[in-house]
Ligand binder design. Sequence first.
Ligand SMILES: Cc1ncc(COP(=O)(O)O)c(C=O)c1O
Length: 397
Amino acid sequence: MMKNNVQSQANSIRYASEKASRFTESVIREMSRIATKHNAINLAQGFPDFPACDEIKQAAVEAILDNHNQYAITWGTKSLRDAITAKNKRDYGIELDPERQITVCCGSTEAMVATLLATVNPGDEVIIFQPFYENYGPDAILCGATPKYVQLHPPEFNFNVEELTAAFSDRTKAIIINTPNNPTGKVFNREELDLISKLCIKYDVLAITDEIYEHIVYDDAKHIPLFSLPGMAERTIAINSISKTYSVTGWRIGYVIASPEITQSIRKMHDFLTVGAAAPLQVAAAHALGFAEDYYKKLVSFYAERRDFMLKELAAIGFNCARPSGAYYIMADFSSFGWNNDVDFARYLAEKVGVAVVPGSSFYKENATDKHRFIRFCFCKQFSTLEAAIEKLQKLK
Ligand SMILES: Cc1ncc(COP(=O)(O)O)c(C=O)c1O
């Protein structure tokens, strides 16, 4: 058995492409597996442990019974592209052409890869704020880009204007902005977005935005799509998905909004990567995008309650937490417990305390400052799950 494992590992190295050997498997998904193995409460991976609302599930069932079961149009079912257009007009006053500016993908994960493959050449530089959502590193490697990291500094996770400006050069092709941000909970404000847009225009750089948490913003924070800023519609590629807003991470429906020229290239990549997203689920997604304001208000208060509970309890246990203005994660500084390595601490929590989290280093490149100071808690869970996790974490006191 042992011999077989060693042999299969050797074969996997022997047959791995240069690209495949440049990144490891997702730490977040690995932590989920460790959680299952040790029967730990999973506050690692960002998926809800409660059901999606009946209305969206019913819409999916009806779409299947209505025979939406064959390939949809590659770049998305017309009803979904129309719903995305109407939503952008309603929420942000953005006018889109559903025939030429929208590509529906298999989640925003595919949308990001298709976008980078469609726009970035090997050797181009792509600016990424760190800590970053862990897919961006491998995504940049897949398209041969050279990532340039710009630090978001704790505790507020703001960037330094000089550091950002210094990252832009003639080699920069794109910048990735994830707002509301995973893992920090930062919501980029108007001033920050204005500055980014000025730099993008000055250096002729594309702005790729990941706006998957657009509807999960707290207190006075406001989500502003970079696409809506002066001069940015032609150079912004806005990526979004229904995974988080409607609690259907397993449906794999995402989309990209871009100028007609950029959309042509993205559609080609998308076509040959996946052909298209699940047809009946696109029909159900179109229905969900039309939900009334009340749905989104309830979503925010649902998560705000959980955020406040977790912030209070984690602080009482001894964590030093950044207060998220958006999304559903908390970056927690654990230095007060005397540990100095996040991976060891996260393993200890999963194996001995019974709570799985993500070690903060998976959101940082090698040698980054702050890399080993944090773990990330995810709070998109039922209250009973969060309460049970807090009870276990009391052991740390
Ligand atoms: C910032 C961010 N982008 C993208 C994704 C993946 O989204 P999707 O399910 O649409 O592929 C996630 C999932 O956690 C995320 O946090």
